[in-house]
Ligand binder design. Structure first.
Ligand code: DNO
Length: 395
């Protein structure tokens, strides 16, 4: 397996020289500065690639092997009027990436909001902080801040009552804070930051789009883009929904093994692959992570490895240290290593230690939420340890 590291570009607090010290060798990055929907040019991709791959004297080299992500605009997910032009722009970005020899592209198909949390700095018993999704706080936002029409239908009486109590106890600052966390698009998101009115408008634009329709739109998208990817030797990897269930009454269709099976059956091209994310899929107790890895092994080109702990009835969760929480990481890595061995030296899986606790010096620094250096490096070191013990030291 190849050790990846998500790098947010030249302005990010974690530099490429920092990445070298973690032992990671493969960079996962995107042109975050390009507005969603605008086609990337080969020149832009090459400039970024040269920043990553020009190695200072006596330093170890890095290679940009995964683009995470080329964002898919909402018009494509809704199949709105601009969908065709947006898909053409997406293919143009893909071609620019392919021309630079970057072999893996990650994307997702979550409507309106990408990954979602309600707290960024939940204090864990070690004193490090973690990200958390609190179902009742989320319901308080949905029902009483966003005031989504029909939201009440999605919650039980008991949920609504607890959400009301939570909302009534919130200060103005807390309301502003949860609004910012949910609407401002967390780092790496492929959706636009929203104001509350814009959020409401986006939701209205999705009325009438249920899971079956959204799945059809994703299949149409894949039918349009996989020939270009396959012809250029690029693998596309669909990131799971995070969390893997409907939010804001919107459909989500990359949450379970059956969701992925439907997509692979409909579009069998080998370019149609999976970003196997244990942190996202693992939130559902009915997702058997090693079984999913085994079932789709040959389609897993990229992996995000982290753990979550479900709280209470399981709808609330927080991000645990990488080897803790609800995932059997050793069992997962056994499956991924077995697949790597089947592949030989060709196209081994790129993984990154996904997210990490904010700890030690990072508690006093400006960090990219979810992506501090030290917590991620702790995770990477632990994962590397497992790989060594399995007799498969990563490259
Ligand atoms: C969050 C990430 C997401 C992910 C995209 C993939 O930490 O996993 O931003 O990159 O959803 O397209």
């Amino acid at each position: 397996m190849r050790q990846g590291w998500r790098w947010f570009g030249p302005e990010a607090p974690v530099t490429l020289d920092d990445v070298r010290q973690t032992g990671a060798t493969n960079i996962v990055s995107s042109l975050h500065q390009v507005p969603i929907g605008r086609a990337w040019t080969e020149k832009e991709v090459r400039e970024r690639q040269s920043l990553i791959e020009t190695t200072p004297a006596d330093r170890s080299s890095l290679v940009w092997s995964v683009v995470e992500s080329i964002p898919i605009p909402d018009a494509v997910k809704r199949r709105g009027g601009e969908a065709k032009a947006e898909i053409e722009a997406w293919i143009a970005s893909l071609e620019a990436v392919a021309a630079c020899g970057i072999p893996i592209v990650c994307y997702n198909f979550m409507p309106v909001v990408d990954w979602t949390r309600t707290e960024l700095d939940y204090v864990t018993p070690t004193g490090a902080t973690a990200m958390r999704f609190d179902h009742e706080r989320f319901a308080a936002f949905d029902l009483f801040i966003l005031e989504r029409p029909d939201a009440a239908r999605d919650y039980s009486d008991a949920d609504r009552e607890r959400a009301r109590i939570i909302f009534e106890a919130m200060s103005e600052d807390e309301i502003a804070e949860i609004t910012r966390i949910i609407t401002s698009a967390l780092p790496g998101s492929t959706t636009e930051p929203l104001t509350i009115p814009a959020f409401r408008e986006k939701l209205v634009a999705y009325s009438g789009i249920d899971a079956a329709k959204l799945r059809r739109h994703l299949i149409e998208f894949l039918e349009a883009v996989t020939p270009a990817a396959e012809a250029r030797g690029v693998k596309l990897t669909l990131h799971p929904d995070d969390p893997p269930r409907s939010l804001f009454g919107l459909p989500r269709i990359a949450s379970t093994a059956d969701d992925y099976a439907a997509l692979f059956d409909a579009v069998p091209s080998k370019a149609n692959g999976m970003c196997y994310c244990t942190g996202s899929l693992g939130v559902r107790a009915d997702n058997d992570l090693p079984a999913i890895a085994r079932r789709f092994a040959s389609r897993i080109y990229f992996a995000h490895l982290r753990a979550t702990t479900r709280e209470g009835d399981g709808r609330t969760f927080h991000e645990s240290a990488h080897l803790e929480g609800d995932v059997d990481m050793v069992a997962v890595l056994r499956e991924l290593v077995a697949e790597d061995r089947r592949r030989g030296d060709q196209d081994t899986i790129v993984f990154r230690s996904d997210h990490g606790h904010r700890m030690l010096d990072d508690l006093d620094k400006t960090v990219t939420p979810g992506y501090p250096a030290i917590g991620r490096m702790r995770g990477l070191a632990e994962l590397r340890g497992i790989l060594h013990a399995l007799g498969a030291p990563p490259s």
